[in-house]
Ligand binder design. Sequence first.
Ligand SMILES: Nc1ncnc2c1ncn2[C@@H]1O[C@H](COP(=O)(O)OP(=O)(O)O)[C@@H](O)[C@H]1O
Ligand SMILES: [Mg+2]
Length: 231
Amino acid sequence: MLTIEKINQFYGESHTLWDLDLDVQAGACTCIMGRNGVGKTTLLQCIMGLLPVVSGSLRYQGEEMTSMAAERRAGMGIGYVPQGRQIFPLLTVEENLQIGLPARKDRLRQVPEFIYELFPVLKEMLTRRGGDLSGGQQQQLAIGRALVIEPKLLILDEPTEGIQPNIVHHIGDIISQLNAEIGLTVLLVEQKLPFARRVADHFCILDRGQAVAGGEISELTDELVKQHLTV
Ligand SMILES: Nc1ncnc2c1ncn2[C@@H]1O[C@H](COP(=O)(O)OP(=O)(O)O)[C@@H](O)[C@H]1O
Ligand SMILES: [Mg+2]
């Protein structure tokens, strides 16, 4: 569904992604793993078109999108939940969700009901300001906002970072449910190993800007964990 070939990315002089390849299969839940600062967020931002790549290619459903604007990528059905959630603290929950609506192809003005079925807490808090929600509720809001476009591919950057354990479990359930029941393809960055093992079926390990290992989640050995993930 998403094929990344030999991408290179720089922040000024600093070479951050090196000849990076990644293949995300339709229907899979793929987890990108790696220590802090190896380039995980940078990779997702390149996929979303928020950062340019210097060379290499990104194809989505067979279509070349390497130099496509970020808005067009969203329009092609890629939903994005950024690291740190980035909801609008002064807007209400409903307004935060409505932000996603213009990227839809139809002219729907209402937030689709399935969002509230997935996250009942958002319905209860529609008129509350985003900034007044707990961390876990904000994460649900950020996922809800990404789902407003009814994406085919959902990309999440550390969705469990800084979240209470009981909500972490709920977020894992939601991701698994979207993946298994709705058939949404999922690409997530996650540092918590048990969470990754629970929700993902494929993995890719980044180390210093390179994809150094990948495969089915059952192939994520303790040796790989020790070599590339533990500090
Ligand atoms: N806007 C930026 N300008 C310069 N360097 C950056 C910027 N964002 C991230 N970096 C650097 O790029 C590297 C990869 O960062 P990042 O993709 O955020 O890593 P990760 O998400 O794996 O923790 C790090 O060394 C980080 O300091
Ligand atoms: Mg990051």
